[in-house]
Design a protein around this ligand. Structure first.
Ligand code: ATP
Ligand code: MG
Length: 233
């Protein structure tokens, strides 16, 4: 679907027979995460980014084997994929990708961003992260490649300050910082680790995740191994 308005900064002009034509670049969002499980914090951040940046779609990308999460229980990728499907299916502008799940080895954001850029280099790709994850950028492999292929949206998240983005300037330089867009989103103090901790203790996760996700977890006992365990959730 075409955006219904043209953003000034996305215009370029083509002189032809004295007439000036304007063409809008398409903008698409990428929402990466472990989604272990997906919750309303993810959905609210993605929708706020879609709205603020006039993104045609936001593509949710559950990670395969997450490089940063060892030590915590990570549900099977197929469970995380299906829970993400259940959470996004009713939003016409949300889509789902298996690209990280089907890639062997650890999932790196730069690979994913390069993949989508190669799919359509004429699109402005926006990678959406929370205020915590953006700070990991400097520890992600190949930050230069990420900035070459996408812009980053840093969504506010309770407990993390967006001001810290400015500290990245020392490591990254000034130019990449112009490609990071801070975004205030409605504050939801929800995390997947908090949800897993609640499941371990047998507490309710109602209203923290979509109802279908809550039921999927219960029906399939997705986090059964956590019950009674003392390992970090
Ligand atoms: P965990 O506690 O296991 O790390 P999480 O809640 O942080 O889980 P992730 O799958 O790690 O969820 O996060 C995916 C992306 O969503 C990250 O960029 C993260 O910063 C962002 N995010 C997660 N929860 C929120 C929230 N409540 N508000 C804004 N952004 C969020
Ligand atoms: Mg996280």
């Amino acid at each position: 679907m075409k955006p219904n308005f043209i953003k000034i900064e996305e215009l370029w002009r083509v002189a032809s027979n004295g007439a000036t034509m304007v063409k809008a670049r398409r903008a698409m969002g990428l929402m990466g995460g472990t989604f272990n499980p997906i919750h309303y914090g993810h959905l609210v951040a993605a929708e706020a980014a879609r709205d603020a940046f006039n993104l045609e779609q936001v593509i949710f990308i559950p990670s395969g084997q997450p490089p940063h999460k060892s030590g915590f229980y990570v549900a099977d990728p197929e469970h995380r994929y299906l829970m993400t499907f259940l959470a996004i299916v009713s939003n016409q502008r949300f889509e789902l990708s298996r690209v990280e799940i089907d890639r062997s080895g650890p999932s790196y954001t730069y690979d994913t961003v390069a993949y989508f850029h190669a799919l359509d280099p004429s699109v402005d790709w926006y990678f959406i992260t929370g205020a915590d994850a953006i700070l990991d950028i400097v520890t992600w492999r190949n930050p230069d490649s990420i900035f070459r292929h996408a812009r980053l949206i840093a969504a506010s998240r309770p407990g993390y300050s967006l001001q810290k983005i400015h500290e990245l300037e020392r490591q990254l330089g000034t130019e990449p910082l112009t490609r990071i867009h801070p975004l205030e989103v409605p504050a939801l103090a929800i995390s997947s680790s908090q949800i897993r901790a609640r499941l371990r203790e047998g507490l309710s996760i109602k209203y923290l995740v979509p109802e279908a996700v809550e039921h999927y977890i219960a029906k399939n006992d997705v986090y059964a191994v956590l019950k009674g365990s003392t390992a970090p959730s």
